[in-house]
Design a protein around this ligand. Structure first.
Ligand code: F6P
Length: 323
């Protein structure tokens, strides 16, 4: 390819900038002209294309968010939207595109790529780690570290007051952030959508241990869990109001921001370079990921239709060490 575009779409994630930088620098390295497209698919439609060079991405490897901005574009789901984007591709003579985002980003890419016979490669960038075909997504590790840092702080105040905290973390329908941060922060319980009856288990455990003098309890609740943190708090108050003083913390968007850690920068750089090389080798409609330390390619179709499985071994470990 002579010209490759790059965009970020969906929720921003720490490390997206490192991925953009790697894509742009790889293009320059291989004598390909890189184009940054602003505001995700919305900018693809609205012609927010900008020719880039190696210097365009200087001093961004350490920054959170995405310098290309992001959007969840409803227009890109319409025929007119796609048609406008295709006109821009022709106008700028773009040969291929790298999209950085989550499964919504890849379904859009799959549809566009098939409709116009256009080459697209995807890089998984989301804090949720909910993408099939990669062990980790760009942004997950940083987000988990942010959560652990926050929960460590909550532990101080929880212990000082003998309180039970319900802490809600992000992850959309997936419990990866909850499980990893639960283990990392030493939470007593982790509630995730992948497991049924975990609320019952929580109540049994509260019943069992309410006599034991535990100074505090930290319960991490994935946002996709069937019961919200407020419902859980209400139930505990109704059943054991005399035994537990409860508080709720929702960590929210703080989990999406901040400087990417080294693991995310390295992952993003690796996937950025390999996405450009994949396009040069004629690959299309695939997501580049890392599995068992090797770079792998997964068809967009598979990456969007399937969900990564929760790691049972990890859940067992969480159970054992929270006894
Ligand atoms: O996909 C990332 C994520 O932060 C999810 O964890 C969360 O459910 C969602 O995005 C929130 O989206 P928004 O920022 O649009 O409210």
């Amino acid at each position: 390819p002579d010209k490759i575009g790059v965009l970020t779409s969906g929720g921003d994630a720490p490390g997206m900038n490192a991925a953009i930088r790697a894509v742009v620098r790889s293009c320059v390295y291989y004598d390909i002209t890189p184009y940054g497209i602003y505001q995700g698919y919305q900018g693809f439609i609205d012609d927010k294309f900008e020719k880039m060079e190696a210097g365009s991405v200087k001093h961004i490897i350490h920054q959170g968010g995405t310098v290309l901005k992001s959007a969840r574009s409803a227009d890109f789901r319409t025929d007119q939207g796609m048609e406008k984007a295709w006109k821009n591709v022709q106008k700028h003579d773009l040969d291929a595109l790298v999209v950085i985002g989550g499964d919504g980003t890849f379904s859009g890419a799959l549809e566009f790529g098939e409709r116009y016979d256009f080459s697209i490669v995807g890089i998984p960038g989301t804090i949720d780690n909910d993408i099939f075909g990669t062990d980790f997504t760009v942004g997950f590790d940083t987000a988990v570290n942010t959560v652990v840092e926050a929960v460590d702080k909550i532990r101080d105040t929880a212990t000082s007051h003998n309180r039970l905290f319900f802490i809600e973390v992000m992850g959309r329908d997936a419990g990866f952030i909850a499980v990893y941060s639960g283990i990392g922060a030493g939470a007593e319980e982790v509630l995730i959508p992948e497991i049924d009856r975990d609320v019952d288990k929580l109540f049994q455990s509260l019943e069992r241990t309410s006599q034991r003098k535990k100074s505090s309890r930290l319960v991490i609740v994935a946002e996709g869990e069937s019961k919200s943190v407020f419902e859980l708090e209400d139930e505990v108050q109704q059943r054991f109001g005399d035994r537990y003083e409860t508080k709720v913390t929702i960590l929210g968007h703080v989990q999406r921001g901040g400087r990417p850690n080294t693991a995310d920068r390295v992952l993003a750089s690796r996937l950025g370079v390999r996405s450009v090389e994949a396009l040069m080798n004629g690959r299309r409609n695939v997501m580049v990921g890392v599995r068992n330390r090797s770079v792998t390619f997964t068809d967009f179709k598979k990456a969007t239709e399937r969900k990564p499985e929760m790691d049972d071994a990890l859940l067992r470990i969480a159970d054992i060490i929270s006894i």
